[in-house]
Design a protein around this ligand. Sequence first.
Ligand code: DLL
Length: 435
Amino acid sequence: MTFQPFSAPDYLPRPILAEMQLSRLRTIVSRAWERVPLFRSRLEERGLAPQHIDSLAAISRLPFTVKTDLRDTYPFGLFASPMEEIVRLHASSGTTGKPIVVAYTQEDVDVWTSVMVRSFAVCGLHKGDIIQNAYGYGLFTGGLGAHYGGEGLGATVIPISGGNTDRQIMVMKDFGVTAICCTPSYFLHLVERAAQLDVDLRELPLRAGVFGAEPWTSSMRKRIESLAGITAFDIYGLSEIIGPGVAIECPCQDGLHIFEDHFYPEIVHPETGEVLPDGEEGELVLTTLSKFAMPMIRYRTRDITALIPGQCACGRSLRRMRRIGRRSDDMLIIRGVNVFPSQVEAALLEVEGTLPHYQIILTRAHGLDQMEVQVEVTPETFSDKIGALEALNESIADALEHVLGLHVQVTLVEPHTIQRSEGKAKRVIDRRSQS
Ligand code: DLL
């Protein structure tokens, strides 16, 4: 593989990288202090000011930022740039009906593009590659993030977005696609559909997949790689930090390299918040070192991982994290869409004739996550005519689709059929690993 100049920061000697991180950290803390009232007041409560950040270790004195901070300041309360300097907004689902909103200046979009370019380069992609971008375009960061990265690399990008699997397969075949980006579960679905259509992906020029936005396992990777004859790379990111491009797997497939020149990682104990040493599993906390429009300081991702000690065999100096297997909160990721059980509850409360007893059942069919919502109806409704029940079913499905942005199967059940719990209700039954 030829060395790409834009990949140079991947190989910075650690002391130089640390110097760069500290100088960027100081700038970003000062910026947040000057421009984000919530951050300033939290610092003041602790008797801290930007000048106290005199070493990288001092970061652990700074307060955490959590998802509810974004919700509580919805939509623009954490912005550190005036709207005239903001060139892009994205959004992702929160725990209530309102999404969380994230902002980018032109410089931020350029940083995002550069980390995506570097991510693709790590996966061995280059000018001349034809990238089928099947991440959703829109408020979700996957589509545009991968799009700009692919173009920035000089590759040819096909902005096909998600869905319409038969067309995806036709395009992949007819356009000579060499790399694809989408969620791993969607790709597995695509592989299975291709088999039904008698298309053998192993005979196509496709050689790499850049998969992320949801947890997946190494057994899923093996399956994908052998069925499609490709190398499958794990890409990680989140809207609050930038989108995809926070970390990427290299061909050693032994953890994801974090772009530490832009994102400073820590692992903390999910309950106590205490910083844990390398190798220990905990919650990933990220600080953006270069984002202007919306600096995120010590953001609690809720993603559980560990920083891997030692250097990678690929020679990059960037530290690695283990792939994300789970989250510490209850956020579900269904076909790449973030879903919170509380959103389902909120939607059901709006529909008359239902009881607040429901259960979410997750299964996997043909590689795709399926979500069924079982809802108890009131005894009055249950004794109604079939037509009335059908109408109710439809209005629940519509309400859920409106809130979640996802079509789910709704099953109405008799009162008292859903098991009650003495403690917390078990809202989610996840059978995905059994299917
Ligand atoms: O999912 C950004 C993204 C797009 C990443 C495309 C990779 C590819 P959000 O919608 O804000 O952003 O969701 C972020 O998704 O906190 C993780 O829980 C989960 N997630 C993202 N990538 C991975 C991954 C995008 N590779 C949330 N493995 C994160 C496991 C992932 N979970």
